[in-house]
Design a binder for this molecule. Structure first.
Ligand SMILES: *Cc1c(COP(=O)(O)O)cnc(C)c1O
Length: 375
């Protein structure tokens, strides 16, 4: 049975060109980048080329990119790195209620270590309120971290405005842009972003590689103690092949960004139209504007999403639920709760997220499946 994959926000399939680019670094180019002989230098050079490509996608300097093992690590490194570096200046951090667990649980860990966190509410579309943000700022606020785009409902936050508010108050601004990078244009200079997290496997590179951008001049505590890799901030022999893959994925993303966005938007809009025309009693979760081009989140009234996902899976269709049903508990998603979706509808929420490998035919197959199952 063919797999029809509508879960590109969970992870993406590696692109052929990316695999091809990384492969030599899993075989003949096995040198340690810290070694000074030829194969060591080759590996080092490959990393620095990749760094340039990642930097170019978000318009920063290559030396402002730190490679990590994943988006979650980048988030941890940013929050804890800034918090512990600045603990004598202040212990207050502002974030939102709809962040990824990598942020929320880093905050929880910081709370246990004496930091004070404000979790901003969002409105029914998932947007942070800028006035509330301003009012939450205190003399001891050291960091604001608000995600670029939400992974469940696709809402794109007013990042430039948030950065401006942070800087007016001399506060560092970090954004978890794992869902946004490669999907919408990002320019960290123009948007005045101090720190940004990204991840490889959401943009057609393998799982297990990410990066953190840190604007030059911003100091943070090192995340892994050991050797001198990543400018002394993140020790450990570099994961050369994966870094090369991330670089390639960023290069492809930069080249195709506009075309890619249009493709996702067309598929998504087509899918949404078909669902609206063929299925009754549905509710769209999140905003219809300022939303990631490849995201829909729909509640099917009176339906349990885990059952629907099970039936879809039987037909080869992959999507994900709006609740944490994977872990066996039936708690509604913290994001859907934050935007005010009632529990009954939260339980019936499904996220479909589109990617480069999807076709219109996939969508037609999905619609037929939904019609059959829901009837
Ligand atoms: C996937 C994701 C992460 C985590 O990235 P990993 O590379 O899987 O650790 C963090 N934040 C957001 C918004 C994500 O979607």
């Amino acid at each position: 049975m063919d797999i029809r994959y509508f879960d590109n926000s969970a992870t993406t399939r590696i692109k052929e060109e990316v695999l091809k680019e990384m492969f030599p670094y899993l075989s003949i180019e096995y040198g340690n980048p810290s070694s000074i002989y030829s194969i060591g230098r080759n590996a080092k050079r490959a990393i620095e080329e990749a760094r340039k490509k990642v930097a170019s996608l978000i318009n920063c300097k290559p030396e402002e990119i730190y490679f990590t093992s994943c988006g979650s690590e980048s988030d941890n490194m940013a929050l804890k790195g800034i918090a512990y570096k600045n603990k004598n200046k202040g212990k207050h951090i502002i974030t939102s209620k709809i962040e990824h667990p990598a942020i929320l649980n880093s905050c929880e860990s910081l709370e246990k270590n004496g930091f004070d966190i404000t979790y901003l509410d969002v409105n029914k579309d998932g947007f942070v309120n800028l006035e509330t943000l301003k009012n939450s700022i205190r003399k001891d606020t050291i960091l604001i971290s608000v995600m670029f785009a939400n992974n469940e409902i696709g809402t794109i936050e007013p990042i430039e405005e948030i950065a401006q508010i942070a800087h007016k108050n001399n506060i560092i601004f970090h954004t978890d842009a794992v869902q946004a990078v490669g999907n919408i244009p990002i320019d960290v200079q123009k948007m005045n972003i101090d720190m940004l997290s990204l991840s490889g496997h959401k943009i057609y590179a393998p799982k297990g590689v990410g990066a953190l951008y840190v604007k030059k001049g911003i100091e943070f505590e090192r995340f892994i103690d050991g050797g001198h890799q990543e400018k002394n901030k993140r020790a450990g022999t570099e994961n050369v092949a994966q870094i090369v893959a991330l670089g390639k994925a960023c290069q492809i993303a930069e080249k195709n960004l506009e075309e890619y966005q249009n493709k996702l938007r067309n598929l998504r809009d087509y899918c949404l139209k078909q669902i609206k025309e063929n299925i009754s009693n549905i509710h769209i979760n999140g905003t219809t504007e300022k939303r990631l081009p490849g995201n829909i989140n729909i509640s099917f009234e009176g339906i349990d999403s885990s059952e629907l996902l099970f039936e879809l899976d039987n037909l080869g269709i992959c999507a994900s639920g709006g609740s944490a049903c994977s872990s066996g508990d039936n708690n509604p998603s913290h994001v859907l709760t934050a935007i005010g979706v009632p529990n009954e509808l939260s339980k019936g929420a499904i996220r479909f997220s589109f990617g480069d490998f999807n076709t219109k035919e996939d969508v037609d197959y999905l619609i037929e499946a939904l019609k059959k199952i829901i009837k």
